[in-house]
Design a protein around this ligand. Structure first.
Ligand code: COA
Ligand code: ZN
Length: 312
């Protein structure tokens, strides 16, 4: 098996948006530059949101201006409205990632608009971006469940995804904002979204309840070949109660590597970057894979074995 999988590294955006400490701009730039050497299909560098809503990413313009771009990596940024798109254009992203929620309550809490206002606003963005030739992916938050409303109807995900595809979205991402998804649900939604849409579908998972990799595998089994993930399992939406980190990129890449899939990501380089995360965010970041090493890591046998089995 040598299936090609696109890994979108979202930690500079999803990973840093909820951190307590503001990461200095130059450190964000150095972090994105280090990620650029790892082989990602995309890096979500920042978000062009209101600095009141997301103060930790208030330096979006400076970060986008400061990074060194590696050919082959697509640099993207999250955009919630037309004002965000106008700012984003100045930063010359390769594409942008628009956002709204499937849940009415989460959309209001996160974006301070109704879903219909968001939808209309994003349709304006799609039209304006289309004139500039700027591709727009759209991320649908709470597609697998909402911490305010509970279950989210699959039909609502399909309705919004279709409306946005019809308005010119280049791709749709189904987001499990607070880790409510389970593998069977992921398999079903992945299948129907791909059947209905003519554009690529990405799955964005959080490991809040420990089902991140199981869900990724279910999506893969249903034909999904694009995944969002965050190094060190950073991440979370500050306007979704109970949110915690994304599925960790190093664990996702390591799983797909083990299965013989091509991610393009150099896991050893990535683990070096993961080793810098605690310093970056100013708190301990634990990574199971960084602790254990990759699966074929070998240890020297106990010294006494040579004495007990001298001829073996
Ligand atoms: N970038 C920068 N500033 C923005 C902006 C943007 N994209 N959109 C609006 N603003 C500014 C306005 O200029 C205005 O500034 P002022 O107070 O100095 O006049 C202020 O924000 C309020 O504008 P308004 O249109 O009323 O926005 P709002 O307060 O209703 O907030 C959003 C709407 C969408 C901008 C805000 O909720 C937001 O940025 N949410 C993002 C949440 C997020 O990223 N969550 C995690 C990812 S899922
Ligand atoms: Zn997320």
């Amino acid at each position: 098996m040598s299936e090609r999988i696109e890994i979108n590294e979202v930690s500079p955006r999803d990973g840093l948006q909820m951190e307590k400490a503001f990461v200095p701009t130059e450190n964000k730039i150095a972090y994105v530059d280090a990620l650029s050497a790892c082989g990602f299909a995309r890096i979500e560098v920042t978000s062009y949101t209101s600095p009141k809503a997301i103060p930790t990413l208030a330096d979006a313009d400076a970060v986008m201006a400061g990074i060194r771009r590696v050919p082959g990596v697509r640099y993207t940024a999250l955009v919630p409205n037309l004002r965000g798109m106008e700012r984003a254009v100045e930063g010359r992203p390769d594409e942008i990632n628009l956002v709204m929620s499937v849940s009415e309550t989460h959309n209001r809490a996160n974006l301070r608009m109704t879903r219909e206002q968001s939808l209309a606003g994003l349709q304006d963005v799609l039209r304006e971006a289309g004139k500039l030739g700027l591709p727009c992916n759209v991320s649908l938050s709470t597609a697998f469940g909402c911490p305010f409303e509970g279950e989210i109807a699959q039909a609502e995900v399909l309705r919004l995804a279709q409306a946005l595809a019809d308005s010119g979205a280049a791709g749709i991402t189904a987001c499990d904002t607070t880790g409510m998804a389970h593998p069977e649900q992921v398999r079903q939604l992945s299948t129907v979204l791909q059947r209905q849409l003519q554009i690529p579908v990405t799955i964005h998972l959080h490991n809040t309840r420990g089902m991140g990799l199981a869900n990724a595998l279910a999506a893969y089994g249903a034909g999904i070949r694009r995944f969002d993930a965050a190094s060190g399992g950073l991440g979370g939406c500050p306007y979704a109660p109970g949110a915690s980190g994304n599925v960790s990129t190093e664990e996702l890449v390591h799983m797909f590597d083990s299965m013989g899939c091509e991610t393009g990501v150099d896991v050893d380089k990535l683990l070096e970057v993961v080793g810098t995360l605690s310093g970056l965010v100013g708190r301990p970041v634990t990574s199971q894979l960084a602790q254990a090493g990759t699966r074929l890591r070998r240890y020297a046998p106990p010294a006494w074995l040579a004495e007990k089995f001298p001829h073996a």
